[in-house]
Design a protein around this ligand. Structure first.
Ligand SMILES: Nc1ncnc2c1ncn2[C@@H]1O[C@H](COP(=O)(O)OP(=O)(O)OP(=O)(O)O)[C@@H](O)[C@H]1O
Length: 233
């Protein structure tokens, strides 16, 4: 689905990512962990086309991405929920969701929000005409994820979706991610600080340190002591 090879990228002259390799298989949840400031957000911004590739390759479904703009990548099937959620506070839940559907090809767009969105996130149906800004942090996060998956992306990039969210909503989000990856074959890249949250829903995990992937393995098989070692502050 997505292959990254020998990637170098950063800001102006400062390279943050060096010789980075990663692979996200179809229909799998891949967790990305690492200490603060190691370059996790930088990586998703490069994948999304918000930052340029200095060297190396990113291949999405056999297409080599070089200079494609974020909206072109979105049309090819990638969606991004940035850290801090970025929903439209002055628009209602319904309006936010309808905007998410704009990413669909014109022929597939409709004014009906798919039922499955409300099956996964019931609170969004209960509060459909409330403004985004009036929702709690956990409700806003559900809206941000729903708005991203409403266009049926093939790859969903989530930057710390569980940050500052109460445990019951963290559980709900984990359950939904597992369901959409299994039922829809959606691939998910999940950036997280919480190792337990990643291990309980991801299939595979990568650890980023000093701009490189230093550990990778299936969650069922990976050595947890080694994971802790790389994440200890
Ligand atoms: N716009 C920018 N210009 C220059 N340097 C930046 C910019 N944004 C981030 N950086 C630097 O790039 C490095 C990686 O930052 P990044 O946000 O990718 O890390 P992160 O792993 O996502 O951190 P966190 O876990 O704290 O969110 C940091 O040293 C940061 O200071």
């Amino acid at each position: 689905m997505l292959q990254i090879q020998e990637l170098q990228a950063g800001y102006d002259e400062t390279m943050i990512l060096r010789q980075l390799h990663m692979e996200i298989p179809e229909g799998k949840i891949v967790g990305l962990l690492g200490r603060n400031g190691v370059g996790k957000t930088t990586l998703v911004k490069v994948i999304m086309g918000l930052l340029p590739i200095a060297d190396g390759t990113i291949t999405f479904q056999n297409t080599n991405w070089r200079k494609e703009r974020p909206e072109q990548r979105a049309r090819q099937g990638i969606a991004y929920v940035p850290q801090g959620r970025e929903i439209f506070s002055d628009l209602t839940i319904r309006e936010n969701l309808l905007l998410g559907m704009e990413a669909l090809p014109r022929s597939a767009r409709s004014t009906d929000i798919p039922r499955e969105i409300f099956e996964w996130f019931p609170v969004l149906e209960e509060m459909i005409d409330r403004k985004g800004g009036d929702l709690s942090g956990g409700q806003q996060q559900q809206l941000a994820i729903a708005r991203a998956i409403i266009s049926n992306p093939k790859l969903l990039l989530l930057d710390e979706p569980m940050e500052g969210i109460q445990p019951s909503i963290v559980q709900l989000i984990q359950d939904v991610l597992v369901k959409i990856s299994r039922e829809k074959g959606m691939s998910i890249l999940l950036i997280e600080h919480n190792l337990d949250a990643v291990l309980s829903c991801a299939d595979e995990v990568y650890i980023l340190d000093k701009g490189k992937m230093v550990l990778n393995g299936l969650c069922d098989e990976i050595n947890e002591d080694e994971l802790h070692q790389y994440l200890a502050v």
